[in-house]
Design a protein around this ligand. Sequence first.
Ligand SMILES: Cc1cc2nc3c(=O)[nH]c(=O)nc-3n(C[C@H](O)[C@H](O)[C@H](O)COP(=O)(O)OP(=O)(O)OC[C@H]3O[C@@H](n4cnc5c(N)ncnc54)[C@H](O)[C@@H]3O)c2cc1C
Length: 430
Amino acid sequence: MHNNFSEAFDVIVVGSGPAGGECARELARRGRKVLLMEKSTGIGRPNFSSGGTPLETFKDFDLPFEIGRGTWSKVLIAARGGAKTWDYGETRGYVFAFDELKQFLAAETVKHGGKVMISTAAEEPTLEGDSVVGVKCKGVFGEGVIRGKVVVDASGPVGVLASKIGLREAEPEAAAIGIELIVEGVPPEFRNVLAFYFSDVYVPHGYGWIFPFGEHQCKVGVAVYGASKHGIPEDNHGTAGMMALLKKFMEKFPQFGDAEPVDLHGGNIYITGGIKNHSSNGFLVIGDAAMQINPLAGEGIRHALHSGRMAAEIIDRKLSANDVSRRALAEYDDRWAAYIGKKWRLSYLIAEKLYGDLTEDQWQYLMRILAGLSASELFKLGFDFEFLKVIKFKDVLRALKIKGSLQSYLRRREKAANRSHVATTHQKQG
Ligand SMILES: Cc1cc2nc3c(=O)[nH]c(=O)nc-3n(C[C@H](O)[C@H](O)[C@H](O)COP(=O)(O)OP(=O)(O)OC[C@H]3O[C@@H](n4cnc5c(N)ncnc54)[C@H](O)[C@@H]3O)c2cc1C
């Protein structure tokens, strides 16, 4: 356990979630002197995520299957307008024990020579001129500045350092809130199924889910997009309002009448589609801190792992070239833009409509489109975000009453987003 403020590092990674954990593990594997800093009293906390993920996550990141507590071979989607279950005939994915994923990545970091410092919160970046040269932090081991050639902000939705550097707003709009119970007992129909429930029938402006979690438990949760806009205050994860919605959602399933909750957790999800500039001199922001969560259903773990690995590869090369300037680290912007492609913009567009005010007719139309998809097409849609390869987008735009072509819609959206960004920046400066 690291508790020393005087040692300097090649890289300090702030936050031991999937993004920070993977970034630190990869840097340590590459022989870099890395410190993984976590404000919680133990790695694994906060243990807030539902952890649904496809099989590919385990293969791509060499993860042990034991940290996938639940398995799924089916996907169920229900909404106003019907329900359908797709059967993959074999395990198609897992539900992470989220705490164990984080503990695994931190343990691997240590195994490869990295250091971990718990109970220590990064407060602000330390600057020399316009370069970040360390982190001012405070915790049970004291307070002070720890120096690093590169500092990575992987602090999740709060984006503690990136907001101070001005790479993102501290509290962007379009926050969703998710809240979840782990309950004892899995009704047989929910074994091996990743079940999603959309539309006002289940959760207005959001969706509900039931995921299997091991042999004896399941995770039951609800998320609301644009929560404060819909009357749910975001403080304390909007617990009171969200709990009322979760209770209502669970009432739809008499099977959960006697269910015993053993854990309650939740968090904010910024579904803005991400930020454009991730770097400053000696600094990168990754994962949820850079809002790298797919807007369609708030899937973020797989993308956080990818962002962590991508950042580590780039930082390692730039350190070897002795150039960690903003311009050098900005390679990350291009790599990330290529990773998300146009697909994430479409995810955003669809999410905005799905969690907006669709009419009964529109839901029925969408459910008819979904019902016509094979299991592999549904996977391409829900996990690869390959909308244009799977559905006729022209029909979807017409059904959702979006005027003009897809391209012109996206251009209109982008202009509006830039205008609102400029307006907020001016407000802040004013
Ligand atoms: C209720 C809910 C359900 C979800 N379900 C799913 C799902 O089923 N599948 C999926 O793929 N994604 C899901 N997500 C999203 C997913 O959990 C996130 O996208 C993912 O955890 C992001 O990883 P990260 O490492 O960027 O951030 P985080 O996991 O948020 O990790 C950030 C870490 O930084 C630490 N930290 C914060 N501030 C500081 C500081 N000042 N100093 C030091 N450390 C700090 C935090 O304690 C935390 O450990 C869900 C999210 C929520 C809220």
